[in-house]
Design a protein around this ligand. Structure first.
Ligand SMILES: [Zn+2]
Length: 127
């Protein structure tokens, strides 16, 4: 997965921040969905890599319970956790026991989704 993510980083579109991110969503049935961050001159129109990968899987019909892991690769010396907007999107589609794998060129750290989403706001709260 690491090599695939490193290659995917080349497709990140980050001319403003120069902070490239690639993400892969792995489903329980073995499918892979890729995403990169796509920035925009109107910065608010920028979309994170994680969101692009997750939305791509959702577009194919995958839903909460179908996912196994989320990978996030950054072109930086520091590993990076998903931003809080992405954490809300992750809450919508991942279970708390699913894997989150953070990577950069030199390092890999494995977490559970529950490690970064301690008090989720989800559909359960709307009941
Ligand atoms: Zn984000």
């Amino acid at each position: 997965m690491k090599e695939r993510l490193l290659k995917l980083l080349d497709n990140a579109y980050a001319p403003y921040s120069n902070y490239k991110v690639a993400s892969i969503v792995e489903t329980k049935d073995g499918k892979i969905y890729e995403g990169v961050n796509v920035e925009n001159a109107s910065l608010g129109a920028s979309v994170c890599a994680e969101m692009n990968a997750i939305n791509d899987a959702v577009e194919d019909g995958y839903r909460k319970g179908d996912f196994k892991a989320l990978y996030v690769m950054v072109a930086s010396d520091r590993l990076a956790f998903p931003c809080f907007i992405c954490r809300q999107v992750i809450t919508e589609f991942f279970n708390l026991e699913d894997d989150l794998i953070l990577m950069n060129k030199n390092e890999t750290k494995k977490y559970k989704i529950k490690d970064i989403i301690v008090h989720p706001f989800s559909s359960e709260d709307l009941k």
